[in-house]
Design a protein. Structure first.
Length: 581
């Protein structure tokens, strides 16, 4: 999923423009520094007083395990000495682009939809798929293409309406309905990426079918799904927002007060002010411990660290210069800081459909002049992990330093001379698009100084930025991706696969796509990782995107907040949180 905004915070004591000017000189003057990342940053740090648990991504050996059938759902356990009268959590929320799970594609919207809605499956704290609406993990056919799910009996929406297999079929077909995308193309719908393995989804998206052939209701409690080939990652993919279930009877009323079946229900929502959630006592995985969750929005959520220090909110993410303050062991709040490397990627995208980036040598040249190690060390003070690959550390198949496109300004200039443009002076005007100014400003300085060309920076708002990406309007853009599930397919195919809704670079390489297809359908875990590794190397050489860095989350949590799972997926679940004061 897309981060709602790029996580970038420079030291407040110095203007960002001055830093960029100095840093750009350093980038051009020095070679890539492979010691930029603090080695200890990959070790999660948590205080013993905090109720937050750090969880790791699954290993390569368990990324695509054999699918077992009839796996029982663990019985939820109540926290010890729970004081039910004091179970209210208060936090801040970001800009909510939508509460419709069929459209939620960023981390902020995903956070809200995951509290309110349910799907057949969800992710546990270790990012493994487990039953949610489903009674157990599905029966899987011998060829690995047919999944038969049995629903828990007595499922209900928050409104009290019964939830059956027909509701699931309706919700999935709605998510792939091209009418939902208007005025955009159906290919921009999340379903085009997350549901494209199901037989008939392509035809539904193209408006050629009313129903999705691969989804069958056998009875009110049984649903069967057929994929176009064995896909070892399919069950993990089913945990995404796109597969969550909505109530057909209430959809027409909109999503200001959505009728889900998740652990919490919306009892009040005033845009840019506040959202209040109440626990769903009939939640199928056991009622949450929290009675109410208050989420401050808009101006009420300004100055979040002040709100935290004043005890007005119970946890908050922090970054930049503020992190340094909370890392100081003399600061009592240092004991409340939790650090977690993220399965994500922040990157520069080059639009392969637009000149001059239709020429791979230009893309390579614009990649070679960016010293990613110094960006990680100087701009981010080693609080991010320099990206040497598309896959992040901790992801199955991560290979570490590939050596591709390491900083080399002389080679970059040679590549421009070898390109169809022959000289940087023959390049068309270059424009960088980003929702933030700092990284775009840095790249502007680097490219102008390296090639002696004019570079413009434009900063659209988030909505216009997403629309511009979908319409393939941007030459260079800065974006990010956070794992929906721990599988290389979620990065390689999603960001660069031909036909992917999120392939904003327009990358199209038949050899790359063929390796992805082989990896997608390979049921041997090690062999499929090898195929993905070959595909990744091709993409790194072609340079449709330039990996910049992998994020690290810094979360302050009050010591009385227990059961908050900080995973590497950028999504927090509040279901198991409780308060002990």
């Amino acid at each position: 999923m897309r981060p709602a905004r790029l996580r970038l915070s420079l030291k407040k004591s110095v203007g960002w423009l001055l830093i960029l000017l100095v840093l750009s000189q350093l980038l051009l003057a020095c070679g890539e520094d492979n010691k930029a990342v603090t080695p200890g940053i990959t070790a999660p740090v948590t205080a013993s007083t905090s109720g937050v648990k750090n969880t790791a991504a699954t290993t390569a050996a368990t990324a695509t395990p054999p699918r077992t059938t009839n796996v029982a759902v663990p019985t939820p356990t109540s926290p010890p000495n729970l004081v039910t009268s004091n179970q209210t959590l208060t936090l801040i929320g970001g800009n909510i682009s939508t509460l419709d799970p069929a459209l939620a594609g960023d981390t902020v919207s995903s956070f809200f939809t995951r509290q309110i809605f349910s799907g057949l499956l969800t992710l546990d704290k270790d990012m493994n798929p487990v039953p949610d609406l489903a009674l157990a993990m599905p029966d899987v056919s011998a060829d690995g293409t047919v999944f038969t799910f049995r629903l828990r009996p007595g499922l209900k929406f928050h409104s009290g309406a019964p939830l059956t297999a027909d509701d699931i079929k309706y919700s999935w077909e709605r998510a792939a309905d091209p009418k939902l995308a208007v005025p955009s193309l159906a290919s921009s719908l999340p379903a085009a990426n997350y549901m494209n393995d199901i037989v008939g989804v392509k035809e539904k998206l193209e408006g050629k079918a009313t129903d999705i052939e691969g989804i069958k209701v056998l009875d009110s409690l049984t649903l069967q799904v057929k994929t176009d080939a064995p896909k070892p990652f399919f069950l993990a993919k089913m945990t995404s927002n796109t597969f969550m279930v909505v109530n057909k009877a209430t959809v027409s009323a909109g999503f200001d007060k959505p009728d889900g079946s998740g652990p919490f229900k919306v009892i009040e929502y005033r845009k840019d002010e506040i959202m209040r959630l109440a626990r769903n006592p009939e939640y199928q995985n056991g009622a949450p411990n929290l009675i109410q969750v208050n989420i401050l929005l808009g101006s009420a959520a300004s100055n979040p660290l002040t709100l935290y220090e004043q005890g007005k909110i119970d946890f908050v993410f922090t970054s930049g210069n503020d992190v340094e303050r909370y890392l100081d062991k003399n600061n009592p709040l240092s004991k409340e800081l939790v650090i977690k490397p993220q399965l994500d990627l922040q990157y520069v995208g080059f639009n392969n459909r637009l000149k001059p980036f239709d020429d791979p040598r230009i893309r390579q040249a614009f990649s070679l002049v960016v010293d990613r190690a110094r960006i990680a060390r100087v701009m981010f003070e080693s609080r991010v992990v320099k990206a040497d690959s598309i896959l992040p550390p901790g992801m199955p198949g991560y290979s570490g330093n590939t050596g591709s496109l390491s900083y080399d300004i002389n080679r970059a200039r040679d590549l421009i001379a070898q390109s169809s443009y022959r000289s940087a002076q023959n390049l068309p005007k270059i424009t960088i698009y980003s929702t933030g100014t700092a990284m775009a400003g840095l790249l502007q300085q680097v490219y102008q100084q390296a090639f002696g060309i004019e570079v413009e920076v434009r900063q659209p708002d988030y909505k216009d930025f997403q629309a511009g990406l979908a319409a393939s309007q941007f030459q260079i853009y800065i974006d990010g991706w956070a794992a929906d599930y721990p599988d290389p397919e979620n990065f390689l195919r999603t960001l660069l696969g031909n036909g992917s809704a999120y392939n904003d670079s327009g990358y199209n390489n038949a050899e790359f796509d063929n390796l992805l297809k082989q990896g997608d359908e390979q049921r041997d875990a090690q062999k499929r990782l090898e195929m993905y590794a070959k595909a990744e190397q091709i993409a790194l050489t072609d340079a449709p995107i330039l990996p910049l860095y992998h994020s690290v989350s810094f979360l302050l949590v009050k010591p009385y907040v227990k059961g908050l799972e900080l995973t590497s997926s950028s999504i927090l679940s509040l279901k198991d949180v409780y308060i002990v004061k």
